[in-house]
Write a protein that binds this ligand. Sequence first.
Ligand code: ATP
Length: 446
Amino acid sequence: MKPTMEKIVSLCKRRGFIFPGSELYGGLASTWDYGPLGVELKRHVKAAWWMSLVYERPDIEGLDAAILMHPQTWQASGHIKSFFDLLVDCKNCKKRFKLEDLTEAGAKKMEQVKCPDCGGSSFTQERAFNLMFKTFLGAVEDSSSQVYLRPETAQGIFVNFSNVLNTRHKKLPLGIAQIGKAFRNEVTTGNFTFRSREFEQMELEYFVHPDQAPKWYKYWVKERLDWYIRLGINPKNLRVREHKKDELAHYAKACSDIEYNFPFGWSELEGIANRADFDLVQHAQSSGKDLSYFDEDSKTKIIPYIIEPSGGVDRAMLAFLIDAYREEEVRERKRVVLGLDKLLAPIKIAVLPLLKNRLDVVRLAQDLTQQLREQRAGSLGKVVYDDTAAIGRLYRRQDEVGTLYCVTVDVQSLEDKKVTVRHRDTMLQERISVDKLREYLLEKLK
Ligand code: ATP
């Protein structure tokens, strides 16, 4: 059964995955701080994405472009002109709303709308509100120094297309992948980290020959859907929603959303678009630089088409958390388990002494933990040690955060130099020699 959002939010807070941003000062609306376990899970989500695209394929290169970009970027991309929400204010209670929310994306006329807050039916004229955050470069705050925090990472890739193509001696199809922060001054935020104003994106811009764009578009929709499934999301909770013609951005030839069945309903995890040659044409015109590609086969210059799978790190992480959460009955006691994939689990190994009052057992467990932490011998990620409760409690604590293996040290271990390894999902226990332990765990984590 799907957990409620309350359960997920509470687990995240209680176990150090996600805290409200600036909580000490009463919080700052819709900002979130990732705690010790959250940062691990988030890093693992990003690493799994990077691995599947940049490391496991010959056709994709990585990039890490600056967040602050030349203001002309946003002129050329169309963000200054058209990256806005339409807002109206209720004349009675003065509350501000997104027009789209009130009219349920055009399904209702404004005359039919009542204010969700006070029930009033009189609203101001709609006004455009640009979603980009503005700031200033350098010490002078005038219009010539005004820049924006990027609302998407994609533009950093488009403006570096030639740099990557030429320095890496690549041919089409060529992908450029980037992970980084993006900022949108969203009018309505909510559903925990699902919609915030500062978030992270994982974007791939895949440059292809125009003739091959439809084929690659289909390919990436399937490939990206499979990525979520390979990492453990139940396929029943995923669906692809193809945009209708009237929903498409003016430059897009096709677009599909991968949606997840969140507790608050089906919502977008990632969008895959065929952006045609829009971006390169715009930046070539705006910069006066040639962004074409010389096609060896036809001996002509072409402007590549771009297929863009664009996903949110925070949304992916939230979906992985929700999908992994389960409550079970074990020997008449409730067990909460985060059944996260082994690539994603924030902590892979926890070392626990069976008896916290036996100094020699504790010492052995602590020494073993420190040995397992040695990264160059083959990384087991962050190895934790806990002796602050009885063993049953310690196991439950680890299950609840998805720890894959608990290594328990007992009195017997002092003699036979063996420890008990308990598996998260099956709860099966095996006795393993201390000198074979790392090898054993590394094998399991493969
Ligand atoms: P939505 O329709 O939900 O506003 P979008 O279509 O505007 O999303 P894109 O511009 O396609 O989103 O951005 C790509 C991805 O970035 C989204 O699929 C989502 O995962 C993530 N994303 C976009 N806006 C936010 C946000 N405000 N908070 C968290 N993630 C976001």
